[in-house]
Design a protein around this ligand. Structure first.
Ligand SMILES: [Fe+2]
Length: 605
């Protein structure tokens, strides 16, 4: 039985495919059309997941879309009756959304160039938060667990608490419009100049540089209520009067108008305009710290209530707010929950997998545990070799050394390059699902090399100097280096670095002595585990610095995009499949922009 799940006409458009209850492929549209967080219809992603599975539109049995405008009607009606004056723009926006979803069958046929009527599958709509919840629970290893979803909004809700058992989800309570942790976080990010879609992670990284001096104000801004509920002081926000107006920025990514009112300036001073990191003041850092502190308190407040209600000690999390890995890490310390599962695409792309898993389970298919994130595009050895041939031909005058190696030699030589302080692009197997590079499309470096963080930020990633880098560690060595023994395979948990290991991990130890850890399991990611093991043998440190393989763009998808990133940046080497390519750092490759652009536009279909 084939089930396609899609997140469409919403940021982070994506598609996922299940066959007989097993996940086969999952891809975000941004990786293919190269527009970060892109919304709209995931035409390329749909085509790609079908291509990966070797099936066509006509083969599908069910199609699920993670959106149902009929959901939460009682809450909607109640809100309209109470706030008739302010609903105009909001209602208009929702009518527009429905228009975008009308004719989904036609959009699918159009996306694949198939004649109308080619789709025999029934299209099912599943509420946004139920899709988030399904992505968390149905992909988890737990037979029974508490489930919590937190985001900006979707289908009039921003939070769903539920219990998952076997293949079923039982909703317990929702927090509905206009109250939302996601809106709070995004509004404050905008206030301190981080107003791009997806900037919340940067503010999480900025927070440890400040003190929560505005904690008392944030307690007023976000109030906790009984039973895990919460509410915003709406006088500081305008989404409930103006609607959440979305457009696109100059790169084509989604863009929100500011969500805060002038009243916020009375409490915090004037907002900071978007601009260079040098203009960030200590006030901005303190606001970030206060926001993060209140969010962590909210996580604990909700999770404790969920435990009290269910008595369960396993928790599944999803929703854009669950990408806050610092808050996730605090749950294990400060609540009775003992085990936590966060699906790799916790944000809205993840609803594609969630709706597919939900529809599949409803049809009686078995559940499938998602243990790694390698569900995207992959390329054959021949395709990789051909791209390398083209690349070398285009840079024939450059000092490149290309070698093809057996696995053991490849791991030994790559680890040796990293051990010497080189920065290496690592391109292997199927592209990651979710926002993190997890050993398939990664840039790797020595985690303890002095100055590595600054070097990477300035010379390769071209981003703010405060931005931290993450460690990939052998799962079996986690508690030797960090104050936790709980696996974090998707880099969605932050743990304290053990005091004795902070110098050894200088490049991945954040300013507050924590790390956003990826644990690497021997059976789930054998090649990456082998590389870290080899690095550990050579240096004594079973950890690699792992950052996404990109330069201010979506993570690379194709070998050509990886090679272009290698040419554009000061990467010392790149490994694609079994090929190791070294360049002389003293003689950077010519930046052939035209060719780079041509290659970046190429998609694997
Ligand atoms: Fe969401």
């Amino acid at each position: 039985m084939l089930v396609l799940g899609i997140n469409a006409h919403h940021a982070d458009a994506a598609a996922a495919l299940y066959a007989d209850g097993r996940l086969v492929a999952a891809v975000a549209e941004e990786r293919l059309n190269r527009i970060k967080h892109c919304a709209g219809f995931p035409a390329l992603a749909v085509a790609e997941v079908l291509r990966i599975a070797g099936v066509s539109l006509a083969d599908l049995d069910e199609v699920g879309i993670a959106r149902d405008s009929r959901a939460n009607l009682v809450a909607k009606a109640g809100y309209v009756l109470k706030h008739l004056g302010g609903i105009g723009k909001v209602a208009k926006k929702r009518i527009k959304d429905r228009a975008g979803l009308a004719g989904l069958e036609e959009q699918l046929c159009e996306a694949l160039g198939a004649p109308r009527g080619n789709l025999r599958a029934k299209v099912r709509r599943v509420e946004h938060h139920v899709s988030h919840a399904a992505s968390a629970f149905l992909c988890s290893p737990f037979e029974r667990a508490a489930v919590l979803t937190l985001d900006g909004f979707g289908d009039f809700a921003s939070c769903l608490a539920a219990v998952g058992e076997s293949s079923k989800l039982k909703p317990l309570w929702r927090v509905t419009y206009p109250h939302s942790l996601g809106i709070l976080y995004t509004a404050i990010c905008q206030f301190i100049g981080y107003d791009r879609y997806g900037d919340e992670g940067k503010v999480m990284g900025l927070a440890p540089y400040g003190e929560p001096k505005y904690a008392a104000f944030f307690e007023r801004l976000l109030r906790f209520k009984a039973g895990g509920r919460f509410e915003l002081d709406l006088s500081y926000f305008n989404h409930h009067t103006e609607g959440v107006e979305t457009g696109t920025d100059e790169y084509g990514s989604p863009h929100f108008e500011h969500l805060f009112t002038r009243l916020l300036s009375k409490e915090l001073g004037p907002p900071r305009a978007h601009g260079p990191a040098e203009t960030i003041t200590q006030r901005d850092r303190d606001i970030a710290a206060s926001l993060q502190h209140r969010l962590e308190q909210a996580f604990v407040h909700i999770a404790r209530a969920l435990h009290a209600k269910t008595g369960l000690t396993d928790l599944c999390l999803a929703g854009g707010v669950a990408l806050n890995s610092v808050a996730n890490g605090k749950l294990l310390e400060q609540t009775p929950f003992k085990r936590l599962y966060v699906q790799p695409a916790a944000g809205d792309d993840g609803t594609a997998i969630g709706v597919a898993a939900y529809v599949s389970a409803k049809a009686g298919q078995p559940r499938f545990e998602v243990r790694h994130a390698a569900w995207g595009s992959r390329f054959t050895d021949e395709e990789i070799a051909r791209e390398i041939g083209d690349f070398v031909g285009a840079h024939h005058a450059a000092p490149l050394k290309v070698t093809q190696l057996a696995e053991a030699n490849l791991l030994r030589e790559t680890a040796a390059e990293i051990a010497q302080g080189k920065v290496v692009g690592w391109f292997q197997g199927a592209m990651e699902w979710g926002p993190r590079a997890l050993g398939q499309r990664s840039i790797l470096a020595h985690p303890g090399h002095p100055g590595m963080k600054e070097l990477l930020n300035a010379r390769i990633k071209h981003r703010e100097s405060f931005r931290p880098f993450a460690p990939s560690i052998l799962e079996e060595r986690l508690s030797d280096y960090f104050e936790s023994g709980h696996p974090s395979p998707f880099m969605l948990m932050v743990y304290r670095t053990r005091a004795a290991k902070r110098a050894e991990l200088a490049a991945v130890n954040h300013v507050d002595n924590t790390g956003r850890v990826q644990t690497v399991n021997k059976y789930d990611l054998p090649l990456y585990h082998g590389l870290i093991s080899e690095f550990g043998r050579q240096t004594g440190t079973p950890v690699l610095l792992n950052t996404s393989f990109n330069e201010n763009e979506p993570i690379v998808c194709t070998p050509a995009q990886a090679l272009d990133c290698f040419a554009r940046t000061q990467l010392d080497a790149v490994v694609l499949g079994r090929h190791l390519i070294l360049k002389d750092a003293q003689r950077p490759l010519a930046n052939e922009k035209q060719q780079a652009r041509k290659r970046n536009n190429r998609v694997p279909i």
